[in-house]
Design a protein. Sequence first.
Length: 289
Amino acid sequence: MSAVLIDGKARAAALRTEVAGGVAQFVATHARAPGLTVVLVGDDAASAVYVGAKGKATREVGMISTEHRLPATTPEAELLELVAQLNADTAVDGILVQLPLPAHIDADKVIAAIDPAKDVDGFHPINAGKLAIGQPALVPCTPSGCLLMIREALGNISGAEALVIGRSSIVGKPMAALLTAASATVTIAHSRTRDLAAHVARADIVVAAVGVPHLVQGAWIKPGACVIDVGMNRITLPSGKTKLTGDVDFDGAVARAGWITPVPGGVGPMTIACLLANTLKAATARAAA
Ligand code: GUN
């Protein structure tokens, strides 16, 4: 058997079209476009690429994109002051502070300073807490995108065995909360898990989000399972060239899985599309408040 590829690019394009329709309606009703502000501190090359992609996607759906690029030496207090200004700015519906931040800045403090109603990353403790207890919240973009792809593959996942590999606040924990809310039976595996292979072998749904290239071996996958690979690892090939690769041994897994996401072209495009959806959601909620 060869797995069906879950086309994140196509699914993301469909979601962006849906968001663009919602933005047009928002503009017609409120005589302004939703605004997303992205803050980048420092000159991390990968972060700069992500921020550029987010800005472009924001403009393409008709929203206003604003960027603040600050030097790596920016004091924490200055960043907190900028966040306070953005919180107070009525034209700003979404605030995203790109991570990682330079080591001298406490990322938790910065995230906690963002108005939860503008926290389009869904990282604020208020939003994380609401998700954990099943209340409506702004939900982190990567796990939201993963759930959309899982639903596209499997439809109803009630009672399915789901394995989330990774326990980060950005992906693993919110992913587990979303799958639990969808009535899957959820296991969270991490670096201390004994016998990861046995957990993978039981899972109807595997979400791998650990950042270890090819950690999940193809032979472990339960035949027919839905495999979502969040990993974005840059590896160097023997030729000296680099390439992006996931946390799953794709070539091995594709022969056993029922559905699988490619890297790149799977989860990545969905994350940005979900960010746009969150920004429209935040703008709509703020306009109604
Ligand atoms: N860095 C890598 N992914 C993300 C993300 O989804 N949000 C933020 N703020 N920073 C990131």
